[in-house]
Ligand binder design. Structure first.
Ligand SMILES: [Zn+2]
Ligand SMILES: [Zn+2]
Length: 238
């Protein structure tokens, strides 16, 4: 797709979003304030019980999963709003691949709700996509989420300082070990030293955590004191 076409698609999908803005994306009820009505929002697969360290759903009443007790990640805390199941999987796909940008506002607000006002991060960083994919898609959905959050929480967002220098699009098809090695050197911090900052990394989905781990190590090496992860949804995959 040419760049112009991708911009056209983005503009027309924005327009459709505006036109549909007062309809629920799930039940199509009219006259609602947000793009998902209160009833549908309450019925979403909210993640109620999860590991405080990696956000993996926990059935027992434990604070940490066994993996995090055995080998904790380099980040401090991870939060996920939902289980990655229907209709969250469809909504994320609509935001990510089909230009339903109005969903960034709904999810960005819900993500901001999860942040404790007594424990605000110094900096919000969206997980970057590779420049090639940014050109194809026309937008980075995690930057849209981070901007909504930044406005709500009155915290700065770093839009272009963390770079994905290698296109790791085949990540989905790889096993956990392969994912980790595939991501070595994939991210570079181009900003000033993070000087003991508490950083919040925002993504749409957390699966094995390999991407989050690679970025977390990169940000800690750049001087961050603490990295937390916040995502829309957590998958059950290891
Ligand atoms: Zn609804
Ligand atoms: Zn865990």
């Amino acid at each position: 797709m040419t760049r112009l076409n991708s911009h056209r698609q983005l503009i027309s999908s924005k327009l459709v979003d505006v036109l549909r803005a007062n309809r629920c994306a799930l039940c199509h009820d009219r006259g609602i304030r947000h793009c998902i009505c209160a009833d549908c929002s309450a019925d979403l697969p909210w993640l109620m019980s999860a590991c405080a360290r990696c956000a993996r759903p926990l059935s027992v009443d434990a604070e940490r999963c066994q993996d995090c007790l055995d080998e904790p990640p380099s980040w401090q805390r991870a939060y996920a709003l939902f289980n990655f199941s229907f209709p969250i999987d469809r909504l994320i796909s609509a935001l990510k691949y089909h230009g339903r940008l109005v969903l960034a506002d709904y999810f960005g607000q819900r993500l901001a709700d999860r942040i404790d006002s007594d424990d605000l991060p110094d900096l919000i960083i969206p997980v970057p996509i590779h420049a090639k994919r940014l050109q194809q898609r026309g937008y980075n959905q995690t930057l849209l989420l981070a901007r909504v959050m930044a406005q709500r929480l009155k915290r700065p967002v770093s839009a272009h300082q963390l770079l994905r220098v290698r296109d790791t699009r085949m990540q989905k098809t790889l096993h956990a070990d392969e994912r980790r090695s595939n991501l070595t050197g994939a991210f570079v911090w181009h900003g000033p030293a993070l000087e003991q900052q508490h950083v919040l990394l925002v993504d749409d989905v957390l699966t094995t955590g390999a991407t989050a781990e690679a970025i977390s190590q990169c940000l800690l090496a750049a001087g961050a004191r603490q990295v937390d992860i916040l995502v829309i949804a957590r998958t059950l995959a290891r």
